[in-house]
Design a protein around this ligand. Structure first.
Ligand code: HEC
Ligand code: HEC
Length: 204
């Protein structure tokens, strides 16, 4: 009987150890953290916060970069000006499938920490309405739900989102079929109102 108890305990200890191991940050995340910040919580306004997004979404975006289906502007390392600029297409191509899976799973287990940014409250109120009428269907709860598999808009950096809107409007980043007409109908003033709304959702 003692024997069985011991084996049972050993099995438990194994699972606890395995659980801890999978919760540790994968080594390949270091490269990402140079730009996306500790655990993917980017302190850099041009670089998206990627902590807390769904593994499905992250995986899809990395594949899009790998295949060149998403524009990837050249980016400098924020803390290392001497290091040559690179871009997400290059980074994604160099990433092994196993590293990508490990990183996506780890980031999905982390909390999305919204950026604190200034915003215009009047425009944010208008943006909230535009969002409810056009975007809430897929970007639920103000664009804050990771399980929508559509990124996280609430509290994302405004300069990053602004660039993203430009890419969608110009067609350089291909929007999902049903999102395309919604984005195409947005005049610049409406995009600005939406940006103010998403920034307002990051307030403390
Ligand atoms: C040199 C800086 C840099 C490094 C290093 C870097 N990224 Fe990025 N990443 C960016 C920038 C800038 C963007 C936004 C590019 C754009 O406009 O599409 C981005 C975008 C992304 C996105 C899309 C986010 C979204 O909301 O759609 C994902 C996912 C991502 N990076 C994952 C990673 C992973 C994983 C690594 C490490 C293997 C990594 N990045 C390393 C700069 C970097
Ligand atoms: C029919 C569903 C649907 C609707 C409606 C929709 N979206 Fe999306 N959106 C998505 C999906 C899915 C993605 C992920 C795109 C991908 O896989 O490249 C996305 C991605 C985005 C992104 C990129 C997020 C990132 O981190 O880079 C932004 C910004 C965005 N949507 C804004 C909007 C806005 C603003 C509206 C309303 C005017 C809207 N969407 C309406 C489904 C939708």
């Amino acid at each position: 009987m003692r024997h069985y108890m011991f084996i049972l305990l050993a099995v438990f200890a194994f699972f606890i150890a395995a659980g801890t191991a999978s919760a540790a940050a994968p080594a390949a995340l270091h490269e990402c953290e140079a730009c996306h910040g500790p655990n993917g919580v980017s302190p850099n306004k041009d670089i998206p916060i990627i902590a807390g997004m769904s593994a499905f979404y992250l995986d899809g975006e990395l594949q899009a970069y790998q295949k060149g289906l998403r524009p990837c502007p050249k980016t400098k390392y924020p803390k290392d000006a001497a290091k040559p600029a690179t871009d997400m297409c290059d980074i994604a191509k160099k990433l092994s499938a196993a590293d990508s899976t490990a990183i996506d799973k780890y980031l999905a287990s982390q909390a999305f920490v919204p950026a604190t940014q200034s915003f215009d409250p009047k425009l944010a109120a208008i943006g909230k309405q535009i969002h409810s009428q056009n975007c809430e269907l897929c970007h639920t709860n103000g664009g804050s739900v990771a399980d929508d598999d559509a990124g996280i808009l609430a509290g994302q950096w405004t300069p990053y989102l602004q660039e993203t809107f430009k890419e969608y409007v110009s067609g350089k980043r291909v929007a999902p079929d049903k999102m395309k007409p919604k984005i195409a109908a947005l005049m610049p003033d409406k995009i600005n109102a939406l940006l103010q709304y998403y920034a307002s959702e990051g307030k403390k």
